[in-house]
Design a protein around this ligand. Structure first.
Ligand SMILES: [Mn+2]
Length: 564
């Protein structure tokens, strides 16, 4: 799909301000400014993430009250329940709180709702479990903010609910809640908005431990949750992830070790990539197909052999998830190609009684990547349609569009880029039409075109290992902090070389003076059809490595086109 190349312009005044006050290169300063890090203070903190720059957890307006209540529960041997979500940030956040409360002598248990049977948040089944087992205090992780009715029932029974969450409030406000720790709480003044569910649980844990350094033991878990939840890797999250990755690589937790072992990355250095594509999906798979409780047990166990058993089960479940996902994906694609005319339809809304409800969300996001249109997939059962939607566009706020269709829904929730919907099957067609009509009324087709932000133009003569090192000062890369991208115009194919050791073709590109290896799956196929005299433009991230003791530089290709 054709991408629009947006080459960011050098901003001389802002660059000068950073180079002067921090003594950094103007190249690095521009990269920071491209990432909206503009003041010397912000830049200093970004370049040197320091544990001591984490905010005081007591800056949350309800933190003092929450910690007091939890400590009282521990002292009086009250029954405490940690109630959490079934995904990675829910599970890792729960683990942190469960371990700490236990260490402090709390009488603590946990509950995770079953995704397929109960759905997200505090369920009626959950309320019954809490009442029947006579818990005195419930602490939520990564959910609870919108569960007004359920919390009210519990409050009437004399059960206090401390909510820790990072989801936005919507139209409801949990009035009966004992305390609400959520960056989006009304009148909340906590300075960081983009913590994950495990990040918020980590802040509560930090406060319970009185800001002592014992909390550092849990940085590996909060790092897993933050990256898997696709939270932006800036501000406080950058500190948590930066330290968390070090911890993760050295982690002695049996569950973490076992999971790396079964995923065959035991000896490898863990980066955000491994979390997003290897560890995270395995942790999530249990909740998608079955019960997430086993993922939680994996992190709670102290026994390596039990951890290995559980990790193997996660691995098998994840493979099953992949098979189901592929089947739905292929079926959806053939239906899209047959049924949808993108000139008329601005969205992709499809349904099937065969589609697994725990997997349609991932398929929706893969379909979005492919077609770049808002995607909502529904799984049908007993005349009910359960939908999962994805979109990742600057201008389109999915939840705000759905708010205007809410008369058709039984329940719905989500945020800018993802949503969940439940409705009667009979309302599917009216919903499809209304959703599409709203998109057409409010957006022009250009909104859907993929934008590629490029950090600047480079000549091959300025590429060097030192320059790559400058780029790497911005690592770890991830959400909202992409690896730097550069464009070089008018290149030619130098050669397709056969690498005998690796037994594959290598592509080398040249500006006439300098020649580099360029890698990229689609690129290699495309370039091999070009003529020797054809010029092309390349967008890439330069990478450095060592080969037989020597530094070398290669280009990781992001996009390409023939020069004009
Ligand atoms: Mn979550």
């Amino acid at each position: 799909m054709q991408k629009i190349w947006q080459i960011l312009k050098p901003e001389t005044d802002k660059v000068l301000r950073l180079t002067k006050s921090l003594g950094i290169s103007s190249f690095l300063a521009q990269l920071l400014i491209n990432r909206k890090i503009e003041t010397p203070e912000e830049a200093e903190k970004f370049l040197n993430p320091s544990f001591s720059d984490l905010y005081d957890p007591f800056l949350f307006k309800d933190m003092g009250k929450s910690v007091e209540r939890i400590k009282r529960a521990i002292e009086r041997k009250e029954k405490i329940l940690v109630y959490g979500d079934y995904d990675v940030d829910g599970i890792t956040g729960m683990t942190i709180l469960l371990k700490i409360l236990k260490q402090l002598g709390g009488r603590v248990d946990y509950y995770i709702p079953h995704r397929l049977e109960e759905g997200y948040g505090i369920s009626p089944e959950g309320v019954n479990f809490i009442k029947e087992n006579r818990f005195n205090l419930v602490i939520t992780v990564d959910c609870g903010t919108t569960d007004t009715a359920e919390i009210e029932i519990l409050a009437k029974e004399g059960i206090d609910v401390v909510v820790t969450d990072h989801h936005e409030l919507g139209e409801t406000s949990p009035v009966s809640v004992y305390s609400l720790i959520n960056p989006f709480a009304p009148q909340e003044t906590y300075p960081e908005k983009s913590l994950s569910g495990s990040g918020v649980a980590f802040k509560l844990a930090q406060a319970i431990l009185g800001n002592s350094s014992e909390i550092k033991e849990f940085l590996d878990l909060v790092c897993l949750g933050t990256i898997a939840d696709i939270s932006p890797l800036k501000g406080e999250n950058r500190i948590l992830v930066n330290y968390g990755l070090i911890n993760l690589n050295e982690s002695k937790k049996p569950g973490v070790r076992a999971l790396m072992e079964v995923a065959e990355i035991g000896g490898k250095k863990i980066s955000p990539y491994e979390i997003s594509f290897i560890l995270g999906p395995r942790i999530n798979a249990m909740g998608r197909l079955d019960s997430a409780e086993l993922s939680l047990k994996l992190f709670l166990t102290e026994s390596l052999s039990e951890a290995m058993e559980l990790a193997k089960l996660l691995d098998i479940t994840n493979r099953r998830r992949q098979e189901i996902e592929e089947e739905i994906y292929n079926e959806a694609i053939s239906r899209i190609e047959r049924e949808i005319n993108f000139k008329e339809d601005f969205s992709i809304v499809l349904e099937s009684p065969h589609w697994h409800q725990g997997v349609i969300g991932i398929v929706a996001s893969k379909l979005f990547q492919r077609y770049r249109r808002p995607v909502i997939l529904f799984s049908l059962k007993d005349r009910l349609a359960s939908g999962s939607g994805r979109v990742d566009l600057e201008d389109v706020h999915l939840l705000k569009i759905l708010e205007r269709c809410k008369h058709l829904f039984l329940t719905y929730g989500g945020h800018k880029s993802a949503c969940g919907i439940k409705m009667e099957e009979d309302f599917l067609l009216p919903f499809k039409n209304l959703f599409n009509q709203l998109l057409k009324e409010n957006f022009s087709p250009e909104v859907f075109l993929p934008l590629l932000y490029i950090d600047g133009e480079l000549n091959f003569s300025s590429l060097s290992p030192a320059l790559v090192e400058e780029c790497n000062k911005l690592a770890p890369f991830g959400e909202d902090n992409a690896p730097p991208l550069f464009v070089t115009h008018r290149l030619k194919l130098k050669n397709l070389l056969r690498n005998r050791r690796r037994n594959r073709e290598e592509v080398w590109v040249t500006d006439g003076f300098f020649t580099y290896q360029a890698r990229g799956k689609d690129f290699e196929a495309w370039v091999s059809q070009l003529g020797r005299e054809d010029y092309f433009d390349l967008v890439y991230t330069p990478r450095s490595g060592k080969l037989q003791g020597e530094n070398y530089l290669s280009l990781e290709v992001k996009d390409f086109r023939q020069s004009i």
